[in-house]
Design a protein around this ligand. Structure first.
Ligand SMILES: Nc1ncnc2c1ncn2[C@@H]1O[C@H](COP(=O)(O)OP(=O)(O)OP(=O)(O)O)[C@@H](O)[C@H]1O
Ligand SMILES: [Mg+2]
Length: 326
């Protein structure tokens, strides 16, 4: 595929740690570790989606192994055959192919994305592999929730936390992409894209690309952005919350089914949207607002544990309808 046909999230994915936007804390910490690559520990990169974790893992791999890093890096994510046996076999393979790398390291890298979605049993097996293979490989574990990783693994890793990007940093980056793509973007349009993304830079870049395709004569303005953003979904999420808080559980659950069925939103997306909308509901007492946030937090946690989505969100709406009647 030609460079211009690439998705922008890939085209503009930083190749070196220098180019990663913000995330100063983890990036500086990792740079320090990479000064003596041979003593690099296992790493655990944790944080919300679209904030640069996978990107940073690949930057580390490139810095350690050079441009041909693919041979010495095993990349797996939750959708792969995650049989822990695969990891074990590939690590054995590493000890046979290890060659001189630009940084002089004598190990292979295993990048395990979405590692918080591995079962506890698999994590226990992984822990053992990490111990027995420490001579031939290092692990970079990536997760959204550090709490989803078993304690013995956490304690074997240097942990680095990523945060949602702030508006200033994200807007600067989006503006830079616009320049490179010859798109003349109104700062208001960029601000709106950031607002929708909630600090998820992948989301923001994707919205930007879709909006840019729709823009006419290379001008990207607010109305064009509004056309492509899923504003209707946000309004529905707000309706769902308001109906629940008015005590109308049945109607609010109908809206939930509409969001899942017609709009294809996942449970996590609904909870994330609800969390954003909850802070915007006017005229809500502090006490009720706390109840809402708590209910959302509990629901989000259960969903990360693999609970049934519509049962959990229904339960949350039921609870909100009681809160609303207080
Ligand atoms: N801090 C950042 N600096 C520069 N680009 C970023 C940053 N964070 C995200 N991006 C952009 O968003 C895309 C997705 O980022 P990345 O894959 O690193 O996210 P992630 O944190 O691994 O998310 P997930 O948890 O969903 O896997 C990248 O290709 C890049 O274009
Ligand atoms: Mg990732």
């Amino acid at each position: 595929m030609s460079q211009s046909g690439l998705m922008w999230i890939e085209k503009y994915r930083p190749k070196t740690l220098e180019d990663v936007v913000n995330q100063k804390e983890p990036v500086e910490g990792i740079k320090a570790l990479l000064r003596t690559p041979s003593t690099m520990p296992h790493l655990l990169l944790s944080g919300p989606p679209g904030t640069g974790k996978s990107t940073v893992a690949l930057c580390i791999a490139r810095q350690l192994m050079g441009e041909h890093f693919r041979n010495l890096v095993l990349e797996l994510n939750a959708s792969d055959e995650r049989g822990i046996g695969v990891v074990r076999e590939r690590i054995k393979g590493f000890s046979q192919v290890i060659q001189s790398t630009p940084s002089g390291v004598q190990f292979g890298l295993v990048i395990l994305d979405e590692s918080d979605e591995m079962t506890k049993d698999a994590q226990t097996a992984l822990r053992r592999i990490m111990e027995t293979s420490s001579r031939t490989c290092r692990f970079i574990l990536i997760c959204n929730y550090q709490s989803g990783i078993i304690e013995p693994i956490q304690s074997r890793c240097s942990v680095f936390r990523f945060r949602y990007l702030e508006e200033k940093d994200a807007a600067e980056y989006l503006t830079r992409i616009c320049k490179a793509e010859n798109v003349d973007a109104d700062p208001k349009a960029i601000a709106r894209i950031y607002e929708m993304s909630g600090g998820d830079l992948r989301g923001a870049i994707n919205y930007l690309q879709v909006a840019a395709i729709r823009s006419e004569g290379g001008k990207l303005d607010l109305p064009t952005v509004n056309k492509v953003l899923p504003a209707a979904e946000n309004e529905l999420i707000r309706d769902m919350l308001l109906l629940a808080l008015q005590g109308d559980f049945i109607k609010s659950r109908d809206v939930m089914y509409e969001l899942m069925g017609k709009h294809g939103l996942s449970g996590r997306e609904i909870v994330r949207g609800a969390n954003r909308e909850a802070s915007r509901i006017p005229d809500l007492s502090n006490e009720k607002r706390v109840d809402v946030i708590r209910a959302l937090g509990e629901c989000d946690f259960r969903l990360t544990q693999g609970a049934n989505e519509d049962i959990q969100i229904s339960a949350m709406l039921a609870q909100l309808s009681l809160t609303g009647r207080k």
